[in-house]
Design a protein around this ligand. Structure first.
Ligand code: ADP
Ligand code: ZN
Ligand code: ZN
Length: 733
């Protein structure tokens, strides 16, 4: 047989298929080792056929087959080809997404352990055996133990009875050892008993609608705390019972121990977790359990959409608006598109769920492309939290220069006195690196806006991210004349320090990128907070989603408008989503919740509507703005990003492409709503200069134009310049 193999070479432009021969019976999706350009490389079989155009003297044979199983099937390969076409990707980059990364290069193995049992070959009875080792009490104890307990891991027996006892028994032929495969279990400490709620009428209606139309695409709009998770679990249970499999996606950071516990408790070993935080071995074992059908529910972040499952009944994407569903590095893809394609292959149901659906999804629902389901109320009519807005500009004018408004301080004290818990949220999407006098504590602020100025080291200036005014870098403190400055981030650490000073007896936990370097710390912090080992949790984006802490009755948002200051068409939508999500952490159980939202722009419609948690109001307002200004979803934004260490080379490459794109514009004049070239707002990153070509295209012609655009941007004329085409990029920095 002839096998077409795509070779797995990193960082190379080789994305071609080569033919090899083999006497073995191989299948599409098998990993093989082949000779390629005088070295041995890994590859995947993508086709099996009778003939080849390759001349017989050149045809090499496959060196060896790397696994006894396939890593993808024909349907996955089709999905891969679809993604290549849609996003202009290399097939090899896409195929790599389909298997645990460490499998490549054989960096992960099945874990096997020896176990010992009474030898089945041995004709003696237990008494006779015990007789045979009458002078070795340890051996007798060991024999008795495995006679009672059955097969036991050799390591355990050696520890309990001594390695020599086990060894002698094996030598005497009384005990035999076998290698068995053991599966590593991620977060094995996370378990408990299932608490099954009987569904409320609204939950039941939603479940019924989903189950009554297999193959339909739904958008579930349910306010925070409306019981969406219970709906998902109910639907998944029915689908699994009907013999099909399920994929449940959550944003990376909301795959919390609590979420896992819920699923483990209900579905046990039928659930497998796919998550980048797992160890190589755990990830491989979970993947294998899905591959072998031992687990039939895959739960995980973005990449779990590629779970090795067959006969998929349903795909659920929770918090569907979350930007982590759009991969912003190679290979770039949109998980919702991929999910739609996978669903079409099995006629599976798709459920997108969110308290704050993306404008795009909600518009699709309005247009009937998604079927809208809603859970407009919290469980048992619990009220949504009361949101109070603290006007920080006013606080400043009345002399409060601190991080906390008087209102927030008052609410915190009340809450702590009642024995309830507080979450303080710091919006670090707009990172703020400020300048502070170490002698008197003066912090540089904008004269016009009273917002902390951000240090821009590259230009040696201070900028107001609110009004964009620029200031020269300070060399002397205007208050005390000192020249000792500290440049820092208004970060969670400082908030914790302040809290410690204000409430010396209160225990505070911090959760951000610094405190969650390893995967276990994430779990530890959340578990400690859930067990009420601390009264206050301070954190960034990580604490915004998916958590359900019944005792939290106050959420403080320290810098509610930070992310509004981005000159990005998505800024308002993002801010609204974030604020609603964070606010939704408050008062989820029987006790009413409060939120204090600190802002310098208390009258901005985004904050006003977020305070009322009025999604529909926000949707209407924002969608009209987008339509009027022709921003997505009423157009497609395409960015071609150039980066390289040599500034001139970047400009040179950009200019050549720009001319090509201009020619395209002439052909498609009315479909080019905008075209320009410029430096990126983030001018230089990791030593590389950054430039971009931006265009706005009509939605109808986007695919057609992009295919031609790729012909232009694929041509590399200048070495050392990386070119990336992004469709509706999630950020334009
Ligand atoms: P969402 O995902 O919509 O924010 P959750 O699924 O986390 O909401 O549910 C919010 C809270 O309500 C959880 O504590 C959950 O255990 C509880 N809950 C869900 N469904 C029910 C029900 N049918 N009866 C009682 N409590 C429920
Ligand atoms: Zn300003
Ligand atoms: Zn000073």
């Amino acid at each position: 047989m002839i096998y077409s193999v795509i070779v797995d070479i990193s960082n190379s432009q080789v994305d071609r298929v080569f033919d090899y021969t083999s006497d073995d019976q191989l299948e599409v999706g098998q990993r093989v080792e082949v000779q390629f350009a005088h070295r041995k490389v890994e590859g995947f079989v993508v086709d099996c056929k009778e003939t080849t155009d390759c001349p017989p003297e050149k045809l090499k044979s496959i060196s060896k087959c790397l696994d006894e199983f396939t890593v993808f099937d024909e349907k996955m390969l089709k999905l891969g080809r679809y993604m290549c076409q849609k996003y202009h990707l290399r097939l090899i980059d896409v195929l790599r997404l389909f298997l645990p990364p460490q499998m490549r290069g054989n960096r992960v193995r099945v874990l096997s352990r020896k176990q010992a049992t009474i030898s089945s070959q041995c004709p003696l009875t237990l008494e006779e055996m015990l007789e045979k080792c009458s002078r070795a009490p340890k051996q007798q104890q060991l024999l008795t133990y495995i006679a009672q307990h059955g097969a036991t891991l050799s390591a355990q027996l050696s520890e309990q009875f001594g390695a020599s006892a086990l060894k002698s028994l094996v030598e005497k032929g009384l005990v035999s050892e076998q290698e068995i495969v053991v599966k590593r279990t991620p977060y094995s400490g996370v378990s408990g008993t299932d608490t099954r709620h009987s569904l409320t009428q609204s939950q039941q209606n939603v479940v019924n609608s989903i189950m009554s139309e297999p193959g339909q695409k739904f958008l579930l709009h349910g306010v925070t705390g409306s019981g969406k998770t219970e709906v998902y679990m109910n639907v998944i249970e029915q689908v699994v019972n009907s013999g099909k499999t399920c994929i449940m996606l959550v944003p990376e950071i909301s795959l919390t121990p609590n979420m896992l516990r819920l699923f483990r408790n209900r579905f046990g070993d039928c659930v497998a977790i796919l998550h980048s935080g797992l160890s190589a071995g755990e990830r491989f074992d979970e993947w294998m359990r899905l591959r072998e059908g031992e687990a039939r529910i895959a739960i995980g972040a973005r990449s779990a959409i590629f779970a090795p499952l067959d006969n998929i009944g349903i795909v659920i994407i929770d918090e569907e608006h979350d930007s982590s569903y759009i991969s912003d590095f190679n290979p770039r893809y949109n998980t919702i598109d991929v999910a739609k394609y996978r669903c079409s292959q099995y006629n599976s149901t798709l459920v997108l769920g969110s308290a704050t659906p993306s404008l795009e999804s909600f518009l699709a629902a309005q247009r009937g492309q998604l079927k809208l389901l809603s859970l407009p109320e919290r469980i048992n009519h619990r009220p949504l939290p009361t949101v109070e807005i603290a006007d920080m500009a006013m606080e400043r004018r009345s002399g409060n220069k601190g991080l906390f408004s008087d209102l927030l301080k008052q609410r915190m004290t009340e809450t702590l006195e009642k024995g309830n818990q507080v979450i303080l949220f710091l919006n670090r999407r707009g990172y703020s690196s400020f300048l502070m006098c170490t002698k008197c504590g003066y912090v540089a602020r904008c004269a016009d806006c009273d917002v902390t100025l951000t240090v821009h080291r590259e230009d040696n200036e201070l900028k107001c991210h609110y009004c964009h005014k620029r200031y020269r870098m300070l060399t002397q403190c205007p208050e005390c004349g000192s020249s000792a400055f500290r440049q820092g981030k208004m970060g969670t650490q400082q908030v914790v320090e302040l809290l410690n000073a204000m409430y010396p007896d209160v225990k505070v936990l911090r959760m951000d990128a610094d405190t969650t370097q390893n995967k276990e710390s994430h779990v530890k912090i959340l578990t400690a907070f859930a067990n009420q080992q601390a009264q206050i949790l301070v954190g960034t984006q990580m604490i915004a989603k998916g958590h359900d802490f019944p005792n939290v009755t106050l959420v403080g948002i320290l810098d509610g408008d930070q992310s509004l200051y981005y000159s990005d068409y998505l800024a308002t939508e993002r801010t609204f989503q974030l604020l609603t999500q964070v606010a939704g952490r408050s008062g989820r159980d029987t006790q009413a919740g409060r939120v204090v939202l600190q802002t310098y722009t208390p009258t901005h419609y985004c904050l006003q509507l977020a305070a009322k948690q009025d999604y529909l109001g926000f949707y209407k307002r924002e969608i009209n703005l987008r339509e009027a200004s022709l921003f997505p979803p009423f157009s497609t934004i395409v960015r071609v990003l150039y980066s390289g260490e040599n500034e001139k080379d970047c400009i040179k490459q950009l200019t050549i492409h720009y001319n090509g794109i201009n020619d395209l514009k002439e052909q498609y004049d009315t479909d080019f709503l905008y075209l320009d070239k410029m430096r990126c707002p983030l001018k230089r990153a990791e030593k590389k200069y950054r430039f971009q070509i931006l265009m706005k295209l009509s939605v109808d012609k986007t695919d057609e134009i992009l295919q031609k655009l790729y012909d232009v941007t694929d041509k590399s004329d200048v070495k050392g310049v990386t070119v990336f085409v992004e469709r509706n990029p999630q950020n334009l920095s």
